[in-house]
Write a protein that binds this ligand. Sequence first.
Ligand SMILES: NC(=O)c1ccc[n+]([C@@H]2O[C@H](COP(=O)([O-])OP(=O)(O)OC[C@H]3O[C@@H](n4cnc5c(N)ncnc54)[C@H](OP(=O)(O)O)[C@@H]3O)[C@@H](O)[C@H]2O)c1
Length: 305
Amino acid sequence: MQPKVTRIPTLLVTGSNGQVGFELRRSLAPLGRVMAVDRAGCDLTRPDELRRVVRELRPDVIVNPAAYTAVDKAETEAELAYAINGVAPGVLADEAKALGSLLVHYSTDYVFDGRKDGAYVEADAVDPQSVYGKSKLAGEQAIAASGATALVLRTCWVAGAHGGNFAKTMLKLGRERDSLRVIADQFGAPTTAALIADVTAQIISRHWLRGRREAFPAGVYHLAAAGETTWHGYATEVLRCAAARGIELKVDPARIEAIPATAYPLPAPRPANSRLNTEKLRETFDIHLPDWQQGIHFLLDQILS
Ligand SMILES: NC(=O)c1ccc[n+]([C@@H]2O[C@H](COP(=O)([O-])OP(=O)(O)OC[C@H]3O[C@@H](n4cnc5c(N)ncnc54)[C@H](OP(=O)(O)O)[C@@H]3O)[C@@H](O)[C@H]2O)c1
């Protein structure tokens, strides 16, 4: 009997040094041959280079966590933000379509204006208030226009062990300062890069590599940890956990001052409401999303060990 020859799937990951890109290298590894490229290996501002990399590798799946994420700087670097967040995803989508491959892309709560009372569903009207949000929406639209089979995962408040984020900033400030003022009127769910990467891997494995490709439920989905808090609640949890792990802090986690966003003006407006309703993702892909505290506790174990 002839031995069964199985082709090993190839997965291309952009932005491999970012928070999510770094975790994808781990989570996608059991699925096949992961080709992870950083900015030097594949610069998203160069469409020709992007096309060349994809055409050479001919991946079964393109995963694109690379993005221009400097939200405030984007206000004065709109052209660059649009090139990376708006144009490049469309190029990747065109290439994925030509190959018959799946594109997985990430977007953001910043596509909304943040004025809704409850959690945002995928069908809610978009109205980004910042250049970053507008450039990310342009990326979503370019993907939709391409007709590629694509999964667009909108997430929020991302924190990973690799890269900078709010949790790490709070840990640093909590050690350096005896008082902290943190915004308490913006709501969302801290979501770890590890959770985003794990969910991505689950979906690719179950529904693309082992599923019926023609039945793949492509589209936009909201992906965030369960529960909600404010930046103030998030900071308090991070520093309370750090103290419980024996980290010496100058600030008392119970005495972090709660301030309104108006007391901390930034160049780019942030949505007051970043709550994302994740029902569509959970039901379509049969995925369980744990509480945000669980992810943040795991993350702190990694950061503080
Ligand atoms: N961070 C958040 O709170 C948040 C919230 C909602 C949605 N998202 C979305 O989630 C996704 C992942 O975010 P993240 O937090 O992992 O971002 P991140 O840590 O800032 O990583 C972004 C990566 O993109 C790379 N990159 C930037 N410009 C590039 C270019 N011209 N060519 C190639 N690579 C380039 C960066 O490379 P360098 O390492 O060389 O700079 C970096 O490795 C993004 O789509 C983001 O918009 C993030």
